[in-house]
Every structure is written in C-alpha cells, then in structure tokens.
Design a protein around this ligand. Structure first.
Ligand code: PLP
Length: 443
C-alpha cells in the first residue's frame, strides 16, 4: 500500500517509511492511497467472530500487502491482550469501554500496535543494513498518549522514547504513568500547553541538523500505525451489538457512534471503518470547550486557536492534527463531512452535570471525556437507533476530578496503583524549540 501526504508536496511512501518517519517531509500526514472495503461475507459473519479475529481481518486490509500474514497476526493478537466490551448504560445507549488495557485508556490499542509494527520494521531494516542505530520516538501528550506509548515501548531494545507533556496540565495519576518508568523512557516537562508540545515535536522532525544527529519518529496519532488500529474496536462494537440483537431475534437498528475528540485520531479511525464498509449511520464528535471542529461544522471555516484547560484534559487541543485526514478523506467537502459527522461542545459545568446525572440515574461512572460522549449521543439519538459512545479512559485516571463531582471515592485499579509507587523523574523544558533542540543534540 502506498501512502501520500495530506499536504501533497512529499513523495509517496510505503508503509515502512510512513511508520518509521511518522510525519511526511512536507509536514503533512500520511494517508493510504486506497481504502479497501471488506467483503459482505465478513459483515454477515462478524457477530460470530472474536475481537482478535475481527481485528486481524481489518488489519489485513490495511497492512496485509506490507507485513507477512504470520507476523501481522502475532502483532494484532499481542496488541489485543485485553477486551473492549460494550456495556448498556440506559435504553439504547451503550458504552464502548476502551479502558481495559495496561494504562487504562483507548490509546493502548494504537500504541501497542505501533510499538510492535515499528519493531518489526526496525528488525527488517537492521537485517538489510546491518546497522543497529537507535530510533528515538518523540511523543507529545495531553495526558494519556504518553503513558500508552511509553508502556508500549518500555524496555524495547534500540528504541528511546521522549514524552513531552504540558507542565501542571495532566492529572497526577496520568503524570506518574510516564515519569516513573525510567529505562528507555524520558519525560520532558514543557512549560506550556499541549499545542506547544505538539509544535516542538513537529519542529524537531523538520530540523535537518537534528535529523542528521539522531533518528526520529513520532508516536502521536499522526502516525498511521497509531491511528488506523483504532478502527478495530468500532468493528467489534458493531459485532457485539449485532450479536445481542440477533440473540433477541430483533433486527439490528441503525448504528450511531459518538467519539469524544481532541486530536481527532480516534474518530478518524471510525470514519475509515465506515469507508471500509462498517454500517455506521452517522458519527458525533463530542468536544469540551475546545470547539474548533464544532465551529468548522457550523461555519465551514477551520480556525485553530490555543487550547484552553478543561476537566476533560486529554481533549484540550486547539489545532487537531487529524483534521487534515478528515478533510482529505472527504475530498475537502464541508457538506460531505457534515453529512457524516455532527458536533457538540460542552463546558466544564455541563460535563460535571452529565457525570452526576448518569451516575444518579444509572449507576454508571463516566470519566469526564466519556461524559462528553454520553451527553452528545443522548441529545441526538433517535428511538429507532442504537448508539455507542466511546468511554475513552477509566474514571480513576481522573480520580480527584471524578470524586469531587460525584462525591465518591472511586477505587483505583491495581494496574494503576502500581504506577503511583515509582519516583517521578522529568526534564524541565521551555516551549522554545531552540532549547529543546539543544537538549536533544546533547543526547
Ligand atoms: C486522547 C484522548 C481523547 C481524544 O482522542 P483523539 O484521538 O485525540 O481525538 C479522548 N479521551 C481520552 C481519555 C484521551 O486520552
């Protein structure tokens, strides 16, 4: 499969180059030249397949030409060592729980897949060139990417990970998930907001001198190996619901999906799933107060601006990277985008109200991101439809916020507690690229 850049000024790349480089030379995002539709027989039988089987079918359509079948199967099966169940919250509204992985957020899926695929390509390259040059993964995080990527790569030979995060703007539990690991993981604490971290990463890729000094790649959702695997769980959600309806001898209603969105990698994977034939009637992109995409849907104008801090901090993004992919997928047609995606934006107060109401009425604990998804879905869903919102992280990752809002004392899962015992280590950094570059040049 060939990959082109959304900016249209970089050479076509194969999968290996797209994964190892992350970002195209012209700062564009790589897009597959074609998106295969899966055969009808796949959808006819999907309800009887396991999550791993479904994911392997989807992965083969994307990566099957570039990765041998055996290796791809191992990568998919190792990645999905945990489930992504669909849980009824009330009426026709379901939560797709994406927090059962090692760091308790959906990003485990993409990060684990990418870590394995990158290793696969590095081994292949080393075999070809006999060089064992270290690869440096740069990743900017608004909270959950850092831990998912760091844990995906922890202890992997030949790879060093730099996690850039905005000082004081991620939850304490999130912070300890990538600052306490040591080994081949370095946390860089940037005096700025998430967009500053993202800008530092992008500038690093564009800097010739730095790229001569060290091999860099990106593990943000700009990397195709990070965002495409997220399509797996959209297919699985459909399969699990279809099974329930079939068992109840009822027809599967129209399927609506709501994705709490920040950098738009997750929803973009859902849009790809639809393009591959998954029968999603429409999507809802739920935003917090960072409403640049919502406004684009209303006005047709995309006006990025600095992000503001909210209680759903992993969605505090003012210039979503994957907007470029959504735009390219729909041939830059605003009307077509609006046909498939509607938007929503909520204040902190509205997010907190929703968390309280859902908890009171159903007993279900939404984290602040999932709450945006629940609310946007419940305000839009029709009685004849069935809807799924993505519960993108475990509420305990935001324990302080959640407990204050719900007057609760939610339990911290053992997996999460284990991270909190380590000692925090990070490199302080300004948001000035010259400083970051000087630091990397010394490594
Ligand atoms: C990263 C993240 C999001 C936003 O996902 P995007 O792919 O960046 O749109 C939403 N919720 C949580 C909990 C996250 O960690």
């Amino acid at each position: 499969m060939q990959y082109y850049s959304t900016n249209g000024k970089a050479p076509i790349a194969d999968l290996q180059k797209a994964v190892v480089k992350g970002l195209a030379e012209d700062k564009g995002l790589y897009m597959p030249e074609k998106i295969k539709t899966l055969p009808q027989s796949f959808f006819d039988n999907i309800q009887d397949m396991t999550f791993q089987e479904i994911a392997y079918n989807v992965a083969s359509a994307f990566f099957g030409e570039d990765v041998d079948a055996e290796s791809l199967k191992t990568i998919v099966y190792d990645t999905l060592s945990f489930d992504c169940p669909v849980v009824n919250v009330n009426d026709n509204i379901y939560s797709l729980e994406l927090f059962h992985g090692p760091t308790l957020a959906f990003k485990d899926v993409g990060a684990r897949f990418m870590a394995r695929l990158l290793q696969y390509f590095l081994k292949k390259q080393q075999g070809e060139t006999k060089s064992a040059e270290q690869v440096n993964v740069l990743v900017a995080t608004s909270g959950d990417t850092g831990s998912a990527v760091a844990n995906g790569f922890l202890g992997v030979d030949g790879i060093h990970v730099y996690v850039l995060y905005p000082k004081g703007k991620v939850s304490p539990i999130q912070e300890c998930q990538f600052t306490t690991l040591g080994k081949n993981i370095t946390a860089v604490e940037v005096d700025g907001v998430f967009d500053d971290c993202q800008a530092l990463v992008k500038s690093a890729f564009m800097d010739d001198e730095l790229n001569r000094h060290m091999r860099l790649t990106s593990a943000n959702s700009i990397n195709v190996a990070r965002f495409l695997p997220q399509a797996f769980y959209y297919f699985n959600a459909y399969a699990r619901l279809k099974k329930q309806y079939m068992d109840a001898q009822k027809p599967m209603p129209d399927f609506v999906v709501c994705t709490p969105s920040g950098n738009f990698g997750n929803i973009c994977a859902g849009l790809f799933a639809k393009r591959m034939g998954l029968p999603v009637k429409r999507f809802v992109a739920a935003n917090n107060a960072n409403s640049v995409f919502y406004e684009y849907l209303q006005t047709g104008k995309y006006c990025p601006r600095p992000s503001v801090q909210t209680i759903a901090n992993a969605m505090d993004v003012g210039d979503p990277s994957n907007f470029a992919r959504v735009y390219a997928l729909y041939n830059k047609e605003w009307e077509a985008i609006r046909k498939d995606i509607s938007g929503a934006t909520y204040t902190n107060g509205q997010i907190a109200d929703t968390m309280r109401q859902v908890y009171k009425n159903t007993g279900y604990v939404c984290d602040p991101h999932g709450a945006c998804g629940y609310r946007a879905l419940s305000e839009r869903i029709q009685p004849e439809e069935v809807g799924v919102f993505l519960e993108t992280a475990h509420p305990a990752k935001f324990k302080q916020t959640v407990d204050e809002i719900l007057a609760s004392d939610i339990e911290i899962p053992a997996k999460l507690r284990a991270f909190m015992q380590g000692e925090k280590q990070s490199e302080p950094m300004t948001k000035d690229f010259a400083d970051f570059k000087a630091y990397l040049m010394k490594q």
